[in-house]
Design a protein around this ligand. Sequence first.
Ligand code: ADP
Ligand code: ZN
Length: 730
Amino acid sequence: MLFDDPEETETIASVMVPVAVPGPYTYRVPPGVHVQPGMIVRVPLGPREVLGAVWDGEPDAAINPKKLKAISHVYEGARPLDTELRKFVEWVANWTLAAPGMVLRMVLRSEEALEEEPPVPGVRLIAGAEPDRMTSARQKVLATLADGRAWTRSGLSHAAGVSVSVIDGLLQQEVLETVDLPAAPPPPLPDIDFSPPVLTPAQQAAAEGLVESFSKGAAVSLIDGVTGSGKTEVYFEAIAEALRRGKQTLVLLPEIALTEQFLRRFEKRFGVYPAEWHSEITPKARARTWRGVADGSVRVVIGARSALFLPFEDLGLIIVDEEHDGAFKQDDRVPYSARDMAVVRGHLSKFPVILASATPSVESRVNADLGRYNRFVLPERASGAAMPDLKAIDMRTEGPERGRWIAPELVGAIGEAFADGAQSLLFLNRRGYAPLTLCRTCGHRFQCPHCSSWLVEHRFQNKLVCHHCGHNESIPQNCPSCSAAGSLVPCGPGVERIAEEVETLFPQARTLILSSDLPGGPDRLRREMKIVEEGGADIVIGTQLVAKGHNFPKMRLVGVVDADLGLAHGDPRAAEKTFQLLAQVTGRAGRVTGGGKGFLQTYSPDQPVMKALLSQDRDAFYQAEIANRRAAGLPPFGRLAALVVSGPDKLMAEGFARAIARSAPPESTITVLGPAEAALAMVRGRYRYRLLLMAPRQTDLQGYLRHWLAHAPKPIKGLRVQIDIDPQQF
Ligand code: ADP
Ligand code: ZN
């Protein structure tokens, strides 16, 4: 807030700065400058200057103004962050117990965006002017310019098919004049009537329900539709409604690799591409999107979780696709769940939020069952194709010979599909060639020096790699422990090893590995996704990347190499995650053509998750899982928070974790468990201990934590305490 001191005629203001302090700082406002909450400014902070935003609340008038530092720059051209966004920042900070400045940092992601891009020089025709001598090249230029539009010189030279010197000649003769062109013309608007779909009755009912939800303020809707049921088509109708109402839309996807396909589908429906926001766009594109979102010229944004903090001019709809996906919550400085915070943003600004999934999170399913969310069920595939037939292969009795990973029955099925010209997918959620390398002579195992994890062999790179910190080393000739030569053996399969087996079995087939870590980066991945989509590969071997949302029309068969993999962890969410992953990945089979088949290679075909999958009984799975959670007081029936204490010294980290645990204020409804070694006991050279808080649903867990940590021993000597509200792992 602005504060005028009548005597000093000096004003001061609260400014939120992007650092981990509890609240805004007070700054002097230079004479003649006027600020209001939301304005983006540059201020001195210690030895540097940082971006900040003028914030709400009275500045601290008790500080001698002479001691205050002054705001050094006000970004007059940038739209101030509106009240709703400022409230959202505060809300996220309160919820996650992060400093509000750290949340604000996620809003101020593009410094370039704060200044207008300078105009670019262009040319246009001077009305009535004519060249002294007409040539055919000059004629082409004049014809191109006849409509009065301005062009850049290079653009015009290209469009008219003449060299730039022709244009320069006309400029010299004052037939053309120079003008300023905007650096980025506003993006074309989506056209609601470009290509409306013909919806199936179930889709139509869902679409109508979503459109209705716009008149109900902050309604949350769950589109619970089997894989291939056309959830995207349905929520496109909600986007059309937002466009009709003049509101902006944000679509969140869990995985950048899904963007490409989404862009093309959006274009097919609305005639233009939406704006993109994720870590792989260029700084310039990022700045343009940020500005376009703020000035309202961008109507629809498709983005990663960080797009939630864009300064929309008038946001009126958020869609979270694949809402169950764990990637919406990440271990960053502010660990927030983008799905949950999307619901909060809709709630604060009173607009609808849509969650879509073929395998909703237990949380969302319960919210729907309790009537907190609308639920729209799409029980069938849009194409009319049947859901894939699923079959377990009991690896205890039907497995392949030693050193092979694909069971004979699955090999046979792949062979059949290949003979028919259909695609197969082999799914294994393990990057690299082998998850563990050991010495046959002495038993030495290769472990990461910085993390408590094995090094994974990556054969293409000829390296052993840590998947947690990126540490890598060349594969040695001799065992580093006993010096035996040629004694190192890879244990177990990764996707590269499965690909090797496939190539031996089907040398004529076009084999492709889809994994996020292969050389060539995201560009290669995008190209390869497209190849698969267009049928340019016969057998695809993929990690969890392929399980998410993709539409591969020619995919008929899906084989899960190790269906038990996710269940091996002791994580109580393992059942839910495994169910989701396997339902999603097998859901890639036969989406358009039908006749899809899925095989689950498992050592425990009688495991409840496996049985639920095989019988295609989604509801039975959810009912059982919900009952378990309820009985155990686990989310969404109870609340959880985790405290992770870490430090470079094991004993110190453990001792400190114990000291923190001892300082927990007694509270009858809250249970504090631990400390125990975290699931990954060491990462990047830091030892980690974890405390888990459990409480009934109505508990103010954040309030309790705030009080506790205010009185707990303070971390010293490289120790750190991280708070994780609603941790993914229980
Ligand atoms: P989901 O996201 O539910 O898995 P998609 O939205 O990707 O499903 O749709 C699956 C496929 O079905 C896509 O190829 C889509 O174009 C097609 N499709 C969806 N709805 C219809 C419809 N009403 N008519 C024709 N094709 C449809
Ligand atoms: Zn490591």
